[in-house]
Design a protein around this ligand. Structure first.
Ligand SMILES: *[C@@H]1O[C@H](CO)[C@@H](O)[C@H](O)[C@H]1NC(C)=O
Ligand SMILES: *[C@@H]1O[C@H](CO)[C@@H](O)[C@H](O)[C@H]1NC(C)=O
Length: 166
């Protein structure tokens, strides 16, 4: 375990950022949804300068759900993962979007270039044979040292919950 961590640290050392997105071992590393960016740690989520919004949290077979990252300030990167609300397992798949890299082995999508962005629109697709609920979690990076990890995309409330509230 230590030697694996060491290798990851060495690989990252001296690299200004992962210009082509989080590597696939982001799927399995020890701190889930935290970039391995040296000593840098996440910013408090209540200072998040971006809106990360999913169009829904419920799905039927093959249902597409759009996840949008919107920034008043530009961002360089992101890493988002789809997880089942019921089981917390990785679920579904992302459609290829411009300048993104997909890690199908953990239902994750990341940036593929280091340019500054003000918006990313990503489309996730539910499995072919399933109804359920999903949430989208991950990281948005302003730059190598400043990022917000473990965020969860806002999603519309389910009609049943809205009725309870109303
Ligand atoms: C993707 O990259 C191309 C080529 O560099 C660029 O023109 C386009 O605006 C980028 N699209 C997004 C969504 O970043
Ligand atoms: C990263 O962003 C933070 C917050 O805006 C800023 O203070 C810092 O100088 C930036 N670092 C780099 C390397 O651009």
């Amino acid at each position: 375990m230590l030697s694996k961590l060491f290798v990851v640290l060495v690989v990252c050392w001296g690299v200004e950022s992962f210009p082509d997105g989080a590597p696939v071992d982001a799927c399995v590393k020890d701190r889930p949804n935290q970039p391995n960016h040296g000593q840098h740690r996440t910013q408090p989520l209540d200072t998040l300068p971006y809106r990360v919004v999913a169009s829904s949290s419920t799905f039927g077979p093959n249902t597409p759900i759009t996840v949008t990252i919107d920034g008043a300030e530009p961002f360089k990167g992101f890493f988002l993962q789809a997880r089942s609300i019921e089981t917390n397992e990785w679920i579904g798949s992302w459609e290829q979007a411009p300048n993104t890299t997909i890690h199908p082995e953990c239902a994750a999508i990341t940036h593929a270039d280091p340019r500054e962005k003000t918006r990313a629109t990503l489309v996730w697709k539910a499995p072919a044979n399933l109804h359920g609920r999903v949430y989208f979690t991950g990281t948005v990076l302003k730059n190598y040292s400043t990022f917000w990890a473990n965020l969860i995309a806002e999603a519309p409330q389910e009609p049943a919950q809205l009725q309870l509230l109303g």
